[in-house]
Design a protein around this ligand. Structure first.
Ligand code: RP5
Length: 164
């Protein structure tokens, strides 16, 4: 059974990552979620990745703030795709998290999404798009979601649009 594994560095990341969880639930995608840190609990992080892979984790989502490098630490321990969600906050308001996530040296990629809520939601979408490569049903759900989004743009516009 393939699933998405979500690892956040601290409980303080949960409010943002809940958006990722909610998005996966909307699509009926299976996931695990744990708190584990690259620097506060490095062994737990490493052990969890090995266990999750054995159980069927197909994609890892890593959420961390400041320069915690959780996504990179996960990428070092798996060849599965890793999506990094930089958390806003701290003295640099997320710039440190963004750079420590996006600026991975060559050969050890982390697919980095936007800071905060948008990034958490996009991490869910990107992980589902990866899973959908081998899952036709999920692929159709994602295509239907795109159609709904396009319709919403049209409907929102109809409410306010002025055309000459
Ligand atoms: C990172 O440090 C966590 O991912 C969190 O975003 C940040 C601050 O953690 P706390 O001090 O709030 O636990 O490791």
């Amino acid at each position: 059974m393939s699933f998405v594994s979500i690892i956040m560095g601290s409980k303080s990341d949960y409010a943002v990552i809940k958006n990722c969880i909610d998005t996966l639930e909307c699509f009926g995608v299976k996931y695990e979620v744990i708190i584990s840190s690259a620097h506060r609990s490095p062994q737990r992080t490493k052990d969890y990745i090995a266990t999750a892979e054995q159980k069927g984790a197909a994609v890892f989502i890593a959420a961390a703030g400041m320069a915690a490098h959780l996504a990179g630490a996960i990428a070092a321990n798996t060849t599965k795709p890793v999506i990094g969600v930089p958390m806003k906050g701290g003295a640099m308001d997320g710039m440190d998290a963004m750079l420590s996530t996006v600026q991975m040296p060559s050969g050890m990629p982390v697919a980095t999404v936007a800071l905060g809520k948008a990034g958490a939601i996009n991490a869910a979408y990107l992980s589902m798009q990866i899973l959908s490569i081998g899952d036709k049903e999920l692929s159709i759900k994602i295509q239907e979601d795109r159609i709904m989004k396009a319709k919403k743009v049209e409907n929102d516009s109809k409410d306010i649009e002025v055309l000459l």
